[in-house]
Design a protein around this ligand. Structure first.
Ligand code: AMP
Length: 189
């Protein structure tokens, strides 16, 4: 099974992605984690991506496509993927689509984690205190939420139109969210 997990910053993509991948035996591919690894390792990609990440902007499409797509294709040929944080725009989805089609790596289902704005901000600020992510400061968070609204949210209609979308009420504790996702996927708990 190939699953996309989309949602605003703070919706719980990382937490749910990890749990679901483990529960379903899928490769967990997290776009933000891959980028942060490149930044930590100070690769050419990491050096280019850092300024975008620190501002809360999306890194250029070519950068993220090169990083994510080979892993997606490899995972789809194996046990399937749980992809979180990609795509983050309709153009990214369109770019990925023809390659994924050719490689038999298209998503089977798209989960949208729905959380109200004030709860997102609360979660991100709590995470900032715990993890010290460089992009969890107030100015960058505002920009990330604005980019979500403008650039990422149109994916909801894009995937609804293709009949792949499942909206998950993610304004609940993590166990309840995992449970709702598993039942949406028709997986016995
Ligand atoms: P995340 O960990 O998913 O919140 O991602 C952290 C940051 O990585 C984002 O704010 C972007 O700067 C960058 N990023 C993650 N995924 C993408 C993507 N699909 N396209 C462009 N930039 C991304």
């Amino acid at each position: 099974m190939n699953v996309l997990l989309i949602g605003p910053p703070g919706a719980g993509k990382g937490t749910q992605g990890e749990r679901l991948a483990q529960r379903l035996g899928l490769a967990h591919i997290a776009a933000g984690d891959l980028l942060r690894e490149e930044v930590r390792a100070a690769t050419a990609v990491g050096r280019e991506a850092k300024a975008y990440i620190d501002r809360g902007d999306l890194v250029p499409d070519a950068v993220i496509l090169d990083l994510v797509l080979p892993r997606v294709v490899a995972a789809a040929a194996d046990s399937g993927y749980l992809l979180d944080g990609f795509p983050r725009s309709v153009p990214q989805a369109q770019e990925a689509r023809s390659l994924a089609n050719r490689a038999g790596a298209s998503p089977d289902v798209v989960l949208y984690l729905d959380v109200p704005r004030d709860e997102l901000v609360r979660r991100i600020l709590a995470r900032a205190a715990e993890q010290g992510r460089s992009d969890d400061n107030p100015a960058t968070v505002r920009n990330r939420l604005a980019i979500f609204d403008e650039v990422t949210k149109p994916l909801i209609e894009y995937y609804r139109g293709r009949g792949l979308l499942r909206v998950i009420d993610a304004d609940r504790d993590p166990d309840a969210v995992t449970g709702e996702i598993l039942s949406a996927l028709g997986v016995a708990q």
